[in-house]
Design a protein around this ligand. Structure first.
Ligand SMILES: Nc1ncnc2c1ncn2[C@@H]1O[C@H](COP(=O)(O)OP(=O)(O)OP(=O)(O)O)[C@@H](O)[C@H]1O
Ligand SMILES: [Mg+2]
Length: 240
């Protein structure tokens, strides 16, 4: 993609990052444009979660840049990343189990000073199954419903960019479909999405473009439908 003609929301440039002495990400580049849904697929341990964390300040980049709306946010503390409108939904433990559904949404929106009720109403309209259970503790929800709640918390924040780390992890196929349908709906409303997934086939069906990450490096990139039908991707990454 030519960044001079397409407006980039997120531009990761030559990013390297790791833990202590160990380098996990090595020279990773990717872009997310206005309105786009971009998937990063790759095997276990490829560095997908590390990439997400480096984008939001939870892992400090060793080198490279992370441009959000043209501003370099690499190395900013997470609260400043959030304040710029980037919402990150982690891979696990992404709701407060002892709080109710409604309290979870209110906690997610603690930075929001005005219009909270309208935002809650919009989130409940998108997730009616949560509205029906708003007084229940999140810990009593099924895995799929908890994932819906994590997405609903993001919706309440009205993010300018949504980062999702494996929203389908551990879910039954029917639940995966439902969660992905919600992600599609959120994106269709104009929110750019960067989604990391091990469920490569489903993620490629959903995304506009995708990157294949392996051993901390970009291996392939392209339109998601092309990667879906690529023999190389099928053989190496879809296990066929
Ligand atoms: N906090 C940490 N400290 C040290 N090493 C870590 C830490 N977190 C992850 N790693 C290592 O970094 C590598 C990449 O991990 P990461 O979680 O980014 O991979 P992933 O692609 O998200 O994997 P998965 O598909 O299992 O979620 C792995 O070798 C992992 O053991
Ligand atoms: Mg991960």
């Amino acid at each position: 993609m030519d960044s001079t003609t397409t407006k980039s929301v997120l531009e990761v440039m030559h990013l390297s990052a790791g833990y202590g002495e160990v380098l996990i990400l090595n020279d990773v580049c990717l872009q997310v444009a206005e309105g786009e849904m971009v998937a990063v697929i790759g095997p276990n341990g490829a560095g997908k979660s590390t990439l997400m964390k480096a984008n939001v300040g939870l892992v400090r980049p060793r080198s490279g840049r992370v441009l959000f709306m043209g501003e370099d946010i690499a190395g900013l503390p997470p609260e400043q990343v959030v304040a710029r409108g980037i919402c990150y939904v982690p891979q696990a433990d992404n709701v407060f189990p002892s709080l109710t559904v409604q309290e979870n949404l209110e906690m997610g929106a603690y930075l929001v000073r005005r219009g909270l009720q309208e935002r809650l109403d919009r989130a409940f309209a998108l997730f009616p199954e949560l509205a029906a259970r708003r007084r229940e503790r999140a810990g009593r929800l099924s895995g799929g419903q908890r994932q819906m709640l994590a997405l609903a918390r993001a919706v309440v924040l009205e993010p300018r960019l949504l980062l999702l780390d494996e929203p389908s992890a551990g879910l039954a196929p029917r639940m995966v479909e439902l969660v992905f349908a919600k992600v599609r709906e959120i994106n269709a409303a104009g929110v750019p999405v960067l989604m990391v997934e091990q469920n490569a086939r489903e993620a490629l069906k959903l995304a506009h473009r995708a990157y294949v990450l392996a051993m901390g490096q970009n291996r392939l990139e392209g339109p998601a439908d092309e990667l879906l039908t690529s023999e190389e991707v099928a053989r190496v990454y879809l296990g066929e």
